[in-house]
Design a protein around this ligand. Sequence first.
Ligand SMILES: Cc1cc2nc3c(=O)[nH]c(=O)nc-3n(C[C@H](O)[C@H](O)[C@H](O)COP(=O)(O)OP(=O)(O)OC[C@H]3O[C@@H](n4cnc5c(N)ncnc54)[C@H](O)[C@@H]3O)c2cc1C
Length: 380
Amino acid sequence: MYLNEMQAQVRDTAQAFADEVIRPAAEALDREERFPSEIYDEMAKVGLFGVGVPESLGGPGFDTLTYAVVMEELSRGYASIADQCGLVELISTLLVRHGTERQTGMLPEILAMKRKVAYCITEPEAGTDVSGIRTTAEKDGDGWVLNGGKIWIHNAPVADTGFVLARTDKAAGNRGMSIFIVDLHAQGVERGPKEHKMGQRASQVGGLSFSDVRLGADALLGEAGRGFHMMMSVLDKGRVGIAALATGIAQAGLEAAVEYAGVRKQFDKKIAEFQGVQWLLADMAKDIEAARLLVHSAAVKIDQGLDATKACSMAKCFAGDMAVARTSDAVQVFGGSGYIRGFEVERLYRDAKITQIYEGTNQIQRMIIARELMKKGARA
Ligand SMILES: Cc1cc2nc3c(=O)[nH]c(=O)nc-3n(C[C@H](O)[C@H](O)[C@H](O)COP(=O)(O)OP(=O)(O)OC[C@H]3O[C@@H](n4cnc5c(N)ncnc54)[C@H](O)[C@@H]3O)c2cc1C
């Protein structure tokens, strides 16, 4: 394996945590749609949040490849848990890149899960097309006043701090958006009801509304007007994270399918002896490995400072589509049992679907890949 000693050690830690703590709890968490604070507290103690945060700011300072490996292992345990890790990584990356000393001072609390965060972009009229956001922040003395609303925000029902994209200059298009760090317990902030989702049901997703929420000058992250650019700048890493998460879901499906095929008997034979089942298992294994390699290659490109946009979109698109197709195969290997609640593969199939939708839908990933091909040529 090409992981160095440190990367392999972190992978082993995440793998053991997933096997011992996460996977045994996943079925109940899915059923109860519960926010698993106790697991996050343990994960924080083990150091599995904010793996890319430099040591000087309270993190371990690992590279993107290590982050990808951690995401896959956590997701193999349960995708909702990996999703929380991905969210913390995204917010931490924004803070590390653009935060003032006072703003980065909140990182230790975030990594310890003492301060839960939310990344607030999507609105009813602005999903894929972020330029359609209507939330505004208007200058008020030294500070700002925030008005508007967000939907489908991960952690909205439980978060303490929102990183909110708002329009600060209505005439300036994508150059007129800014990111604000918002206390979600402040006056004027309301939370919508928790959404009930198809999969990743331990992730708490809901809406937020802002009504004349007063923000100090230090609520602005980075420069005013650079919010869209800042948001886009962390997308590559975000996509690698979701691609790794999708790979982990499919890997869990393969493990369950291999085990079941080795014990389930029909016609006096283990079903693993039938070629039809063998081909399902073989296709799952080869596509998972292909996704993993795309993920790792994209992560290494980021770590080497290379242009990683096409690689990250390819990894996200391939891994998301693969996870849906191959968890469906896992259900197939289980036959009717795979369709019944309580069997892991039934949950994995539901958990996989969102990986084709969030962090930029897979249609958008294909658009990006084609755009990069036309801009830089087919060999770039
Ligand atoms: C569980 C969950 C968690 C989420 N978490 C967050 C979060 O934490 N923070 C946040 O800000 N948002 C979050 N979102 C929102 C998510 O990012 C959006 O759902 C996603 O960006 C797609 O937007 P949309 O749902 O409005 O779909 P739309 O943009 O309405 O798209 C509908 C369909 O049209 C296609 N489409 C749109 N434009 C084009 C085009 N130009 N070419 C081709 N096809 C196109 C899309 O691919 C899709 O298939 C979450 C959503 C869910 C369901």
